[in-house]
Design a protein around this ligand. Structure first.
Ligand code: SAM
Ligand code: SF4
Length: 464
């Protein structure tokens, strides 16, 4: 192994060390990467933009689709060169692989990439300081992919670096017990668990105190949230969002990802009753065919999904919907696929994510009969994406001429521009000062771009 940097003590906490985190995958990984940075801050680590300047590099991985492990090995090959070049210049580099690929393929990573110092799963990153210290001492790599008995959230530092731009993620729930036929999450993230209400409120309170206006609550099945409340009762998501808005003062609240089965009456009603809940919901359906939904073990029918959407829109008529679709699940016929197309036409989506089914090792669908040929999946995906694109364009076009409140999260691409998000999660650009970043302001939408909208400021600020 090449030399590792000495580990400054938590007490000294002064010696600055570069930390470069590369994040792949979902918002939960984005949140985890930020929290790993928080965990390492007392050791003197500070984020740096280039891996060449980093005393520690973390590759936070995603295992959900497509040759995930191969991508990791190819990136590790690149990082090995960085590590070697730094070693020649007399600098040590701790190379860590985190996230779901690390969880699923930890041993394989160490066998194929022995220059990796630390392999850690998503549930163990609160132990990073100890792992770094062990890596500095040990002659071999450190691997931590057990599901620990302690909840990592109880061991994370209460202070977190607040992202600029007034919007932040906050993980409230992790893991999944639903075991969809195609999905690795129950194996890599473990069983479903919810953070206690008090911990969520405390983290939100700190974010709001630092100027955060919009919080996106995260979970693999966020609407399955059932956290223990300070009153000893179990709180569902609707009660939590009400308290975040009224008790803590969060102006805009989103949550993702939801499962149709966990969309209860309280949460549906909350979309009508709680103005802080943004009128945009990501509600994955995966397929419009009951046969495929059953094979996927999703636990609902296409009609139940349609009925759910009807109830949601009755509560909040301007609710914009997003979804996930998988084409080419084992056994999917042309007729099944056509039923998915029909569901899309019936529901109408403001945006959506769609994927070709990708066999994940160890999941039931990967060994099932009736695997669909790649070229058939390609053709179906193209058709489906064309329809979804049409719907997205129509939804965005319909916003032109409307007045919407925008949370400005950063500079735009052009000088003098600032950009942000509408309540419907559309990207909006206006000409305006940097002082708007982190603020909510009213905007008249005047122009449609390919993936965003152009607007003009009305001069009104402060509305969610
Ligand atoms: N819990 C969420 C739900 O039940 O809808 C989804 C979480 S999953 C991390 C995100 C999305 O990745 C899924 O909704 C699904 O569309 C997609 N996905 C998961 N496994 C997949 C696979 N093996 N092949 C293709 N897409 C997959
Ligand atoms: Fe994966 Fe979502 Fe199904 Fe859980 S509910 S197994 S996270 S797709």
């Amino acid at each position: 192994m090449s030399p590792l940097p000495c580990v400054p003590s938590a007490q000294s906490g002064k010696q600055a060390r570069g930390l470069h985190v590369i994040t792949w995958g979902c918002q939960m990984n984005v949140y985890d990467s930020a929290r790993m940075t928080d965990v390492l801050r007392p050791l003197g680590y500070r984020a740096v933009d280039a891996p060449d300047d980093a005393d520690m590099i973390i590759l936070n991985t995603c295992h959900i689709r497509d040759r995930a492990a191969e991508k990791v090995f190819s990136e590790l090959g690149r990082l090995r060169l960085v590590k070697e070049a730094r070693a020649q210049a007399g600098h040590g580099t701790v190379l860590a692989v985190a996230g779901c690929v690390a969880q699923a393929e930890g041993r394989e990573i160490l066998a194929r990439a022995p220059y990796v110092d630390i392999v850690l799963g998503p549930q163990t990153y609160h132990r990073l300081p100890e792992m770094v210290a062990r890596a500095a001492r040990a002659a071999g790599a450190v691997i931590e992919t057990d599901f620990p008995v302690e909840q990592k959230f109880d061991f994370l530092p209460p202070e977190r670096e607040v992202p600029a731009g007034g919007a932040a993620f906050l993980t409230i729930q992790e893991g999944c017990d639903k075991f969809c036929s195609f999905c690795v999450v129950p194996y890599t993230r473990g069983a479903e668990a919810s953070r206690p209400v008090a911990a969520v409120l405390e983290e939100a309170r700190r974010l709001v105190a630092h100027g955060v206006k919009e919080i996106t609550l995260l979970g693999q099945n966020v609407n399955a949230y059932h956290g223990e409340g300070p009153d000893g009762a179990i709180w569902g998501l609707a009660r939590l969002t009400a308290e975040l808005a009224d008790g803590i003062g969060v102006e805009r609240i989103r949550y993702t990802t939801s499962h149709p089965r966990d969309m209860d009456g309280d949460l549906i009603a909350a979309h009508g009753d709680q103005p802080a809940l943004m009128p945009f919901l990501h509600l994955p359906v995966q397929s419009g065919s009951d046969r495929v939904l059953a094979a996927m073990n999703r636990g609902h029918t296409a009609q139940e999904y349609r009925d759910l959407v009807t109830r949601l829109r009755a509560a909040r008529p301007d609710l914009a919907l997003s979804s996930d679709f998988i084409v080419g699940h084992p056994g999917e016929t042309e007729d099944d696929f056509e039923q998915t197309m029909q569901l899309i036409r019936d529901v109408g989506f403001a945006q959506a994510y769609s994927f070709k089914y990708s066999p994940r090792p160890g999941t039931p669908a990967s060994g099932a009969g009736g695997q669909v040929p790649e070229e058939v999946k390609d053709a179906r995906l193209q058709k489906l994406q064309a329809l979804l694109r049409e719907q997205q364009d129509a939804f965005n076009a319909a916003t032109v001429g409307q007045r919407v409140s925008v949370l400005f999260t950063g500079r735009g691409r052009k000088p003098g521009q600032v950009s942000g998000k509408s309540p419907y999660l559309q990207a909006v650009h206006v000409d305006g000062p940097d002082s708007l970043i982190g603020q909510v302001a009213e905007v008249d939408i005047v122009k449609l771009y390919t993936n965003s909208l152009g607007g003009v400021l009305t001069g009104e600020t402060g509305k969610a």
